[in-house]
Design a protein around this ligand. Structure first.
Ligand code: B1M
Length: 211
């Protein structure tokens, strides 16, 4: 019998080769995919983060846990997202310059895609110039979605929004932001059009921004 606890334990320990099968077992046992994601994986990553903060583990352990989570998400993906159609238009997604965290961004991308957007994912550590260049190549883009996971990359998020705001196309595109240290207050302060706390609400926000 697969269980969510087993998934959480494997993610925490960074057992990438075993996580996929454990997720499949949990699904086969009737566990809810969103519960597996939230309780089996996101909560496990929070434990990993706490252990890192307390000096019990170091960067390599965080990295293997991240790899394990990605393997689990691969198995979970078809159960979380419904058929993508791209009918809501294009959305450019990126983690801002200086920031290498991509799990949250990838989940946001997955949920937004299943909300009917065509997601152009530029990856991590993306300079503002690359985002602007991508918009110029895709002038029908409706939303630019930016993720930042570190307090030290919040200024980078601010600079990216400012760089986009300086472009003549700013009025034609919405900017949404998110990531663990980001708040609605910060989003307002830097001139973003929207903020959301997690992947599910990011999809709802994206839809509301183009409605
Ligand atoms: Co990093 N790291 N990390 N790390 N890491 C954190 C973020 C940290 C909180 C750990 C801690 O100390 N407790 C801490 C930041 C502290 C701070 O900023 N005050 C930290 C640190 C310090 C660092 C380094 C500086 C460590 C070092 O080198 N000394 C370094 C920085 C590297 C860099 O980016 N330049 C670093 C490196 C790494 C790894 C590369 C090893 C690895 C990332 C691998 C990867 O992503 N491929 C890593 C990991 C795994 C973590 C933790 C453990 C897990 C992150 C994660 O994936 N969470 C993290 C601790 C934690 O988060 N509790 C930590 C799960 C994910 C689903 O959640 O990303 O928050 P999250 O995404 C959520 C929401 O935030 C939101 O929705 C998502 C889904 O619900 N969201 C959006 C995200 N983007 C959004 C965009 C939106 C809307 C919502 O709209 C556009």
């Amino acid at each position: 019998m697969g269980s969510i606890n087993e998934v959480a334990e494997l993610v925490e320990k960074g057992k990438a080769k075993l996580v996929g099968a454990a997720v499949q077992d949990a699904l086969d046992s009737g566990c809810d995919p969103t519960e597996i994601l939230n309780k089996g994986m996101i909560d496990a990553m929070a434990v990993v983060g706490e252990k890192f903060k307390n000096g019990e583990i170091f960067v390599p352990e965080m990295l293997v846990a991240a790899r394990a989570m990605k393997k689990g998400v691969e198995v979970l993906k078809p159960h979380l997202s419904s058929g993508a159609t791209g009918s809501n238009g294009k959305l450019i997604l990126a983690t801002v310059a200086g920031d290498l965290h991509d799990i949250g961004k990838n989940l946001v991308g997955m949920m937004i895609e299943s909300a009917g957007f065509e997601v152009i994912d530029l990856g991590v550590d993306v300079p503002a110039a690359k985002i602007i260049e991508c918009y110029r190549e895709n002038p029908d883009t409706k939303i630019i979605a930016l993720s930042a996971l570190l307090t030290t990359t919040m200024p980078s998020l601010k600079d990216t929004v400012a760089a986009i705001a300086a472009e003549d196309f700013r009025k034609d595109v919405k900017i949404m932001v998110g990531g663990a240290p980001i708040t609605q207050e910060f989003a307002d302060e830097i001139g973003a059009d929207g903020y959301s706390e997690d992947a599910a609400s990011a999809a709802a926000l994206a839809k509301s921004l183009v409605a």
